[in-house]
Design a protein. Structure first.
Length: 280
């Protein structure tokens, strides 16, 4: 007679299933570790501890890299199309003459689009620069406020600043000065605005991708901005107020069109940052 060995595991589980309904399973589904702490179906509690979140960095964001690349391509296009004209305007800026060549008149239609592109590029760079400064000063992390929302708001504020400033300057110049002086001022302003956009792009993009200390680009931006304003003041004096008695008019003109809009945009940036981050 054949002797069958008793299945002690099944017998034990069958006995325990009377008091524990969770063990009432078919014998073919029963495994050795069924119901034990080592069974893979048993949920184990979370171990370890929560890590510290990493701060949002612009150079890790593919959208920021894309926008910087687009700005670089636009600057390369402007430099390629207007290389000779910018060179002649640089000479005209430091060694002015009253003659406007025929070639400059032919290229003027294309040049009218360049201030818009330069304002767009400079607004993007200024918005990213303000975001980096805010992030360093206020320890902004990704979980507090959306970085995309802040960047878009900062860029929009700078775009409004350039639009308002250029419209105000065009209106004031159209009222008080003749066409020839407005044309000379426009050429000198375009040259300075192009140089400012190029220098600011180099500083901001280097800060983003090289992770420079904030003090270095900040001082460079202040130095470049101050130099551009001094050169702009000098050309405005030569074109619009060449006489000594026009110094008071020059101060009023420059403060109204250059200093006050800049102070206003910084005040708006501070208020917006305070409302969105500090009081969030």
């Amino acid at each position: 007679m054949t002797e069958f060995i008793c299945d002690t595991i099944s017998t034990t589980i069958a006995k325990d299933s009377i008091t524990n309904p969770a063990l009432q399973l078919p014998f073919e589904d029963i495994r050795f570790f069924q119901g034990g702490p080592l069974h893979p179906e048993v949920k184990v509690g979370q171990t370890g501890f929560m890590g510290t979140p990493r701060a949002y960095q612009l150079w890790r964001d593919e959208w920021v890299v894309l926008f910087v690349l687009v700005c670089f391509l636009l600057l390369a296009l402007i430099q390629k199309r207007l290389r000779k004209q910018l060179s002649s305007e640089a000479k005209e800026f430091f060694f002015p003459s009253k003659n406007i060549t025929r070639k400059d008149k032919c290229e003027r239609s294309f040049e009218q689009l360049m201030p818009l592109l330069l304002a767009f590029i400079l607004s993007i760079m200024a918005g990213l620069g303000v975001f980096m400064y805010t992030q360093k000063e206020l320890d902004l992390f990704l979980g507090q406020v959306s970085p995309y929302m802040l960047i878009v708001i900062y860029i929009g504020i700078w775009i409004l600043y350039f639009v308002f400033k250029n419209l105000l300057a065009a209106f004031v110049n159209w009222i008080f000065f003749d066409k020839s002086k407005r044309e000379l001022w426009r050429k000198s302003y375009f040259f300075l605005f192009t140089a400012e956009s190029l220098l600011f792009f180099l500083v901001i993009s280097s800060t983003i991708f090289l992770n420079l200390p904030l003090a270095i680009p900040l001082w460079i931006i202040l130095a470049v901005g101050l130099l551009i304003k001094i050169l702009h003041l000098y050309k405005t004096f030569l074109i619009f107020f060449p006489k000594f008695y026009g110094t008071l008019h020059l101060i009023v003109y420059f403060c109204t069109l250059e200093i006050m809009p800049l102070v206003a945009v910084f005040e708006v940036l501070i208020r917006v940052t305070d409302e969105l981050i500090v009081k969030f």
